[in-house]
Design a protein around this ligand. Structure first.
Ligand code: LLP
Length: 470
């Protein structure tokens, strides 16, 4: 690694989408949950509560979920995919619970009639506790244990997403010993890796998931699954990536999956009744992101499924999609209290304000891990100060402990202010850690002025309960 003088390089390093705000108090509305707004005194309101009330009741840092927004997004997916696929073989939306899950959240899904995708015995346990109809559960995962598969088959899950040739054998063995038939989707590696506006379409994918179409494992898996006692092959599945903003990569995936489905029909005289298109629907984390609305995405995917099935001469299978981030992400915000503040001179007359908060990479690892971009706002008052280029950092012992890399915050931001970071509903709580013995924040749901603690704050006693020397 070479060193450089901080000034010139760092000063130029603000992202192109980041503009100096006209009003540093204003919310960038598309990034915030449906019920969020700032009152005249500048205090952020969400779910009919002010964030100062929320912080008084449960402290900070805290994940706050706008219940109406979460449920609204889930229902919007279900409604739009139902509508778009109604003239075809229909479609089912499985919420990808890895994005955000607690038993209370799973109960919302149950009440609203959603299906769910889980990828571990732990997630399975939580959704079953919530009373989820097992037939509405798909169990994915690249290395499921015999115990996890047994639990899933005993519960009677609707689908097992099988990821490898040995897993077909394992599922068959367990199903036979339980005297049940395992409904199986085969996850395929179809040579498409999609991110945001780009996707790479090759024959091979250099990653661990699925049975490779290019290597012939996909058709080997099909033959093996069709012959395996205790296994019913429902269809093929792919998940091509994350933060996908348009339908082009899905179109390519649909083409490849329908080709396999048609090949199965030709070679084995078996109609596969389902087609799994995975998740990956993108959300705006910043003003630089502009994903296609759900209705348009559903229309384009339906058109592609219809076109490819017609071209291949097969009946249109029933489609499943598995959005996680697009349901949970924008529904959640994280509330922090501001601590230490340091203006750091970057040279060339530039200064960056380092604003420390009472959480960090233990409650949001995405910035450090993926270079994810977020925004933030002063949430507990109105400020008359000018915008100042800032970086929101955590309290952990490393310099990569950044929550929001670039944002304009009011120059008078002060210790004790509340700071809110939007679009933290997905993959923040579920990827949280106890780094530096941090106690993981609670998840509170807010709706119509009521605060509902879904998950309480972790305590030192929780942490020490595993320490046999404590
Ligand atoms: N279905 C399958 C089989 C998946 O593997 C995933 C995500 C999803 C659905 C949901 O994808 P979504 O709609 O949420 O993009 N930790 C990363 C995301 C990893 C996603 C892994 N699989 C992040 O924080 O961005």
């Amino acid at each position: 690694m070479t060193s450089h003088e901080a000034g010139a390089l760092h000063a130029a390093a603000t992202p192109v989408w980041l503009e100096v705000p006209e009003d540093v108090n204003a919310l960038l509305q598309p990034l915030w949950p449906a019920t969020a707004y700032k009152a005249d005194d500048g205090v952020l309101q969400i779910g009919g509560l002010s964030v100062t009330e929320i912080a008084q009741q449960v402290g900070t840092p805290t994940y706050v979920v706008d219940e109406a927004d979460f449920r609204g997004r889930a229902l919007e997916f279900a409604t739009q995919f139902d509508r778009a696929f109604a003239p075809l073989g229909g479609a089912t939306v499985h919420y990808a619970s890895k994005a955000l899950l607690s038993v209370g959240i799973a109960q919302w899904l149950v009440e609203d009639g959603l299906s769910v995708d889980v990828c571990s015995g732990g997630e399975l346990d939580m959704v079953l506790r919530a009373g989820m109809d097992p037939s509405k559960i798909t169990f994915h995962g690249s290395n499921k244990s015999a115990a996890e598969l047994t639990a899933a088959l005993e519960a009677g899950v609707g689908r097992i997403g099988v990821d490898s040739l040995p897993e077909i054998e394992l599922v068959s063995r367990i199903a036979q010993s339980l005297g049940v038939t395992a409904p199986v989707m085969l996850r395929l590696s179809i040579g498409i890796e999609a991110h945001t506006h780009e996707f790479i379409a090759t024959s091979h994918e250099d990653q661990k998931f699925g049975l490779s179409v290019a290597d012939g494992d996909a058709m080997k898996g099909v033959a093996q699954a069709l012959a395996a006692p205790g296994v019913e092959l429902l269809g093929v599945h792919s998940h091509i990536g994350s933060q996908i903003f348009d339908a082009r990569a899905f179109r390519e995936a649909i083409y490849r999956l329908v080709s396999v489905t048609a090949q199965v029909e030709q070679e084995h005289q078996v109609k596969l009744p389902e087609l799994g298109l995975g998740g990956g629907f993108g959300v705006p984390y910043t003003t630089g992101h502009d994903p296609l609305p759900v209705a348009d995405m559903a229309d384009r995917m339906a058109a592609a499924v219809e076109r490819e099935c017609r071209a291949s001469g097969i009946d249109v299978p029933h489609v499943t999609v598995e959005p996680g981030r697009a349901i949970a992400g924008p529904a959640g915000i994280t509330l922090y209290t501001v601590g230490t503040i340091k203006p750091i001179a970057l040279g060339g007359g530039f200064t960056r304000l380092y604003v420390s908060v009472d959480g960090g990479m233990s409650d949001n690892i995405r910035t450090a891990l993926y270079g994810a971009e977020y925004s933030a706002t002063l949430a507990s008052r109105r400020s008359a100060a000018e915008p100042r280029l800032s970086r929101v950092v955590g309290k952990h012992c490393e310099s990569g402990d950044i929550v929001v890399k670039d944002e304009y915050l009011p120059a008078d931001i002060a210790i004790g202010d509340l700071l809110a970071v939007p679009v933290t509903g997905a993959y923040c709580h579920t990827m949280a850690s106890n780094y530096n013995a941090a106690l993981r924040p609670p998840i509170v749901a807010v709706k119509d002025g009521l605060l509902n603690v879904l998950l309480r704050r972790e305590t030192m006693a929780d942490l020490l309960s595993r320490d046999l020397y404590a």
